[in-house]
Design a protein around this ligand. Structure first.
Ligand code: XMP
Length: 508
């Protein structure tokens, strides 16, 4: 595997993803991680990430000595390169100008790591400091207009430094450079595949759980589904899945979860129909945050009640992903995080579970690959994200059974038409919102007075920012006609053209 030592760059996590895309296992660890943390990891190389500091400042973060004593190949990126230069006897100083944005690198004909690249190629720069004097043993192999040493290396020791960022898409050949380091220099094999992951993970779960019993909360989303199937492969009937049906799911969704898990996968599934309980809690509530709190609390209460019925359960399986682990800052210590939505972390103190988190080292796209390899249905593997509070936050104002039913019908039409148009996978999320506004319309010879439905469809790489999807007008027209004609109580459809920010994806 490859270890990335994190000096705080916003791109650190991307480096780990890129290495994994080369089918080589990679972990992102704090820069000052003790060597013992790497025991048993079969580390073949180290990457020092970028970061916001300047190496010549007092107290600037540096690589621990064990990095230089290990004999392993090291790649320094941006600040990581400056750390390397500084610690190995070179000189780093503030550059005359900050170099930020695109640049063209010109390489010497035999530059290590740049095998297979053209003489000039585009890169992304983001740094203020630059290397003035190379450390002993190093040579410069490529430059830009502003950086005489865009690439430095001492190939005899396996030390390489890049002033630019190979991990971002703005460095189009960056992946080739990383491949040259990971596969070429480090000789790390591309054995990190879904098949191997499944095999190793199933073994690890068996070792952890032994003959104990495991509980797993299912939401219908891909993370909890993949986690549950992995645990099921490991312990079979010792897994009990609890699916809390809050009555706030989309049309057909609860049935789909039950069929997939019980019939197709033969997994022990407790289907709790708690719609009444949730709706009672939501009566007369219009404030979005109050809705969230009520739903969250009710979920914990229902889940607890069902979990207590599972005798001898000592383990709780959660679909925690790697970004959650890293964001919570627990990746150095091996501590556990609990996802805030579907907040099982709110279980009472006397219900102590040991967590089983088979996905805690995976990114979302990797979870999907594993889901496919496990044979989960496409609809589940590629399902759009769906909020824990479900349709309650897409039903503006008070949530009632009647309004939920209207929303479900409209939403189903939106989804069917988008699937039919082959656009489902191009979108981050798409759905209908039932506004709290009634408007006047005309149908045949009659005046109507009904709800306005909003259609929301967004594209995004993650949910931090999003843009409204430029859906074809023909598709929007079909969606609008069908909703007004087929959904009783709705006489108007609008399309939401607000990006995030300033809008959010959901309306509440
Ligand atoms: P917003 O609306 O904030 O949503 O742009 C960003 C992403 O988060 C989802 N979302 C939620 N997920 N519980 C969840 O589990 C929530 O309360 C919640 N609110 C929003 C939303 O669907 C989008 O993917």
């Amino acid at each position: 595997s490859i270890v990335v030592l994190d000096f705080g760059s916003q791109f650190s996590m991307l480096i780990a993803r890129r290495v994994r895309e080369l089918n080589t296992y990679c972990e992102l660890l704090p820069y000052d991680v003790p060597r013992e943390r790497l025991a048993g990891m079969d580390v073949r190389g180290i990457i020092l990430s970028g970061g916001p500091n300047s190496v010549y400042e007092e107290g600037a973060p540096l690589a621990p000595d064990w990095v230089w004593e290990s004999g392993l190949p090291v790649l320094g990126i941006c600040y990581g390169m400056q750390v390397m230069a500084h610690q190995l006897g070179g000189q780093v100083a503030p550059g005359a100008e900050r170099e930020y944005g695109p640049a063209v690198v010109h390489r010497d004909h035999a530059a290590p790591l740049l095998d297979g690249l053209p003489a000039d190629f585009e890169v992304w720069m983001s740094h203020g400091d630059r290397i003035e004097v190379l450390p002993p043993g190093f040579a410069g192999y490529a430059s830009t207009a502003n950086s005489p040493f865009a690439v430095m290396a001492d190939p005899s020791r396996g030390y390489y430094g890049l002033q630019f960022h190979p991990e971002v898409v703005h460095t189009p050949r960056g992946k080739d450079i990383l491949r040259n380091f990971v596969h070429g220099v480090c000789g790390a094999q591309g054995t990190w595949t879904p098949g191997n992951f499944i095999e190793e993970t199933v073994e690890a779960i068996r070792a952890q759980v032994g003959s104990g019993r495991v509980i797993c909360g299912l939401s219908g989303g891909v993370d909890s589904a993949v986690a549950a199937v992995l645990v099921h492969r490991a312990v079979g009937d010792h897994l009990v899945c609890i699916f809390v049906d809050n009555g706030l799911l989309r049309a057909g969704e609860a049935e789909e979860v039950v069929t997939t898990f019980r019939k197709n996968l033969a997994i022990n599934l407790v289907h709790v129909d708690a719609a009444e309980e949730f709706l009672a809690q939501l009566a007369e509530v219009t404030n979005p945050e109050t809705k969230r709190v009520r739903i969250g609390n009710t979920f914990v209460r229902v889940f607890e009640r069902e979990a207590r019925k599972v005798e001898g359960a000592r383990f709780l399986c959660q679909g925690t992903l790697y970004p959650d682990v890293i964001e919570s800052g627990s990746h150095g210590k091996g501590a556990s995080t609990i996802k805030t939505h579907h907040n099982v972390g709110g279980l009472p103190a006397d219900m102590k579970f040991e967590l089983v988190e088979p996905l805690r080292y995976l990114f979302k796209d990797e979870v999907r690959r594993i889901g496919e390899a496990l044979g989960l249905p496409d609809e589940m593997v590629w399902r759009h994200p769906f909020p824990g509070p479900g349709l309650a936050i897409r039903c503006i104002g008070e949530v009632t059974r009647e309004k939920l039913e209207i929303l479900r019908r409209a939403d189903r039409i939106v989804m069917d038409e988008i699937r039919e148009a082959g656009l489902y996978r191009d979108l981050w999320q798409a759905f209908a919102v039932l506004t709290d506004t009634k408007t006047v319309g005309v149908m045949g010879d009659f005046r109507t007075y009904g709800y306005a439905v909003a259609v929301r469809a967004v594209v995004a790489d993650d949910a931090m920012t999003a843009d409204w999807a430029r859906l074809p007008h023909e598709l929007l027209s079909r969606i609008s006609n069908r909703i007004v004609n087929e959904v009783h109580g709705v006489n108007r459809v609008v399309y939401d053209i607000t990006p995030k920010p300033p809008g959010t994806i959901e309306w509440e």
